[in-house]
Design a protein around this ligand. Structure first.
Ligand SMILES: Cc1cc2nc3c(=O)[nH]c(=O)nc-3n(C[C@H](O)[C@H](O)[C@H](O)COP(=O)(O)O)c2cc1C
Length: 279
């Protein structure tokens, strides 16, 4: 039997270890355990260093954007969009989406923590944001990385076929190939583990939801649409962005694009199976 074979025991074990994430018992392991922060080990950096010398500054005059500010109507309008009209986003719109999801408002202490537009357990913010950009005014099509400390993006290069890369990294969800930008989120594990050690991982997963909820609401507020995607092919995405998959791994994504209310019927077709199967 190969290591990859699926049997009842294997499934039980996977489910057991998944459930383990929800049982953060502080009594474990008998008070002996100390995290690296408690052991006074050096703190890791608050954000990943630039990967290139190709940083591009982003506009921050968000007052120029027609932002809807009726909070309740934004909440009520938020929905997942998987059909995009393939128009370009402006650089200011991209900048706004990045600011609303990972923007650094201030630093706590000398360099103890970043305070961002999203909350985060212990203000660890262990995430990095990468992007597959297809259609943003003034930017070359290709792969990018967000630099939150300076609110810049850096150009990582262009694959031979960006659309194919998007489909592959999202487990064949080809609807995403028409998004203007596909955001990919990684976790730099030790940034959270330094403080929370063996208890870091559930908090990280909880925190990642804040990012995409802000992205949903920010996109809605400027008339764009997107859809959170957990079905990411981690190894494919890591390879695409040069992420090692051990200390850091991409695990979550959200394509965003321009949308048209006329496409609502086509959007609903994604759920045709509900009617067909009488669910
Ligand atoms: C954590 C998470 C993962 C998701 N993963 C996918 C996905 O891989 N593919 C997809 O088409 N939709 C995905 N969605 C979108 C959900 O299917 C969608 O939010 C749900 O059907 C409710 O619809 P609404 O967002 O329009 O309210 C995901 C949403 C969340 C929050």
């Amino acid at each position: 039997m190969s290591d990859r074979s699926v049997n009842e025991e294997w499934v039980k074990e996977r489910i057991r270890s998944g459930r383990q994430l929800f049982s953060n018992a502080v009594s474990e392991p008998d008070g002996e355990y100390q995290t690296d922060q408690q052991l006074r080990k050096p703190q890791p950096p608050l954000a990943k260093a630039p990967m290139t010398d190709r940083a591009i500054s982003l506009p921050v005059d968000f007052g120029e954007l027609p932002i809807k500010n009726d909070f309740l109507s934004i909440i009520n309008q938020r929905k997942s969009h998987r059909i995009y009209t393939d128009q370009a986003l402006s650089l200011r719109e991209l900048s706004y989406l990045l600011w609303c999801t990972q923007g650094v408002k201030s630093v706590r202490g000398k360099a103890y923590a970043t305070l961002r537009t999203v909350p985060g357990g212990g203000a660890r913010h262990p995430f990095e944001c990468y992007m597959a950009i297809r259609n943003v005014e003034g930017l070359d099509k290709g792969l990018y990385h967000y630099l939150p400390m300076t609110h810049q993006i850096e150009y990582l290069g262009a694959p031979d076929d960006l659309e194919e890369l998007i489909g592959k990294t999202l487990q064949g969800q080809r609807w995403a190939e028409k998004a203007s930008v596909v955001f990919y989120y990684s976790c730099v594990f030790y940034r959270a583990e330094w403080r929370y050690g063996i208890w870091a991982h559930p908090t990280v997963l909880i925190d990642s939801g804040h990012i995409t909820e802000n992205l949903y609401l920010a996109a809605t507020s400027i008339g764009l649409g997107g859809c959170a995607v957990a079905a990411v092919d981690g190894p494919e995405a890591n390879r695409a962005f040069g992420v090692d998959g051990k200390e850091e791994s991409i695990f979550y994504s959200m394509p965003v694009g321009t949308v048209d209310p006329k496409d609502m019927e086509a959007e609903d077709a994604f759920y045709a199976f509900v009617r067909q199967e009488g669910l």
